[in-house]
Design a protein around this ligand. Structure first.
Ligand code: ATP
Length: 325
């Protein structure tokens, strides 16, 4: 096993709060073990273009508390082609990079898995996405901050909903994944939750509204984006049609969910998996995501990490039903 001398580090896909804490952890751990770090700007796009620079201890000072990513992030169509990946490999060789740490989500690890099989360069990944949609970790970096941002917003929406006796449909992020909606729905005391993983769909929401308390002045329905039933405006239209007496409003929270100072949980998670990533490379791991399962570091091959986790805990939906009576 060749000794690793220079780790290429990048963030890719959607940004998430805590990515900076993970960058800091990887850089400082590498330096601790006398390994150089090359920062790669804008994910695979920067790799292909050779947009790389040496990182030192000071280059990650004062970033642990900042949202976003100092390495910037991007999506690259070119990396999906063999020609694009060849260019990326050539740039890595030119910059003497002999291992990679990728911070990102599902798509990032799919790219990393293909690259790791095509070229002789060990790659490990850190789960950086607000969606929490990866297998091989209980939580992803950014999820905790995002759900706290959502409940702050929904608490404020509840104030105005209560004052005006309104029903609000609140749409939150989570591509094909309802975990943000599910947890925040429970935490914000929502009347109903509509997520892609639930088999019952919009019909169940109608039933909740029909059977629920009529004297309750405000109602919140949490909706995960891109579900089969349509977006918040389409669902709002159907609810207005079916329940014309409700004063229905829509709120799409959008990109505020990605930003802001990372929570303590996200920072600690980022630090733990960041340290573990460098140690994993030193110990010969490759093509694996480093996560945390039951509070212990876990190593999951990329192909298993990227399998969509569609199993939601049915008790969570039951909790919403019981607690919103
Ligand atoms: P998030 O879940 O936060 O959106 P992500 O990592 O899933 O993050 P994507 O945009 O899906 O974000 O993927 C990031 C990048 O990974 C893509 O722009 C592309 O460069 C690379 N990638 C995705 N799928 C593939 C693939 N099949 N082959 C090669 N590269 C890929």
């Amino acid at each position: 096993m060749a000794q690793i001398k220079n780790i290429g580090l990048f963030t890719s896909g959607g940004d998430s709060p805590g990515m900076n804490a993970a960058i800091r952890a990887v850089v400082r751990t590498a330096i601790y073990y006398n390994i150089e770090v090359t920062g790669i700007r804008r994910g695979y796009e920067g790799m292909i273009k050779g947009d790389m620079f040496p990182m030192d201890r000071k280059s990650v000072s004062n970033i642990i508390q900042r949202g976003g990513t100092i390495l910037k992030t991007a999506r690259s169509e070119q990396f999906k082609t063999p020609e694009g990946r060849k260019l990326a490999y050539e740039q890595l060789k030119k910059n003497n990079v002999d291992a990679l740490v990728a911070i990102g989500g599902d798509g990032t690890f799919t790219g990393a898995k293909i690259f790791g099989h095509e070229y002789d360069i060990p790659v490990v990944g850190l789960p950086g996405t607000i969606d929490n949609d990866l297998c091989g970790t209980d939580f992803t970096i950014g999820y905790d901050t995002a759900i706290n941002t959502v409940i702050d917003a929904v608490d404020k929406i509840r104030d105005t909903a209560e004052s005006h006796d309104r029903l609000f449909i609140v749409e939150v992020m989570g591509r094909d994944c309802g975990l943000i909606a599910l947890r925040t729905g429970i935490a914000a005391g929502a009347e109903a939750i509509l997520i892609p993983e639930s088999k019952t769909g919009l019909q169940a929401v109608f039933e909740r509204l029909e059977s629920g308390r009529k004297d309750k002045s405000s109602k919140i329905i949490m909706l995960a984006e891109s579900g089969e039933a349509g977006d918040a405006f389409e669902i709002g239209r159907q609810i207005k049609e079916r329940f014309p007496n409700y004063d229905t409003r829509i709120s799409v929270l959008g990109h505020i969910q990605r930003g802001g100072r990372p929570s303590c949980m996200d920072r600690v998670l980022a630090c733990r998996v960041g340290v573990a990533a460098v140690e994993a490379l030193r110990n010969g791991h490759h093509n694996e995501m480093i996560g945390l399962i039951h509070n212990e570091i876990a190593y999951t091959p990329f192909e298993h990490a990227t399998k969509h986790n569609t199993d939601i805990n049915p008790n969570f939906l039951k909790i919403v039903e019981i607690l919103s009576i």
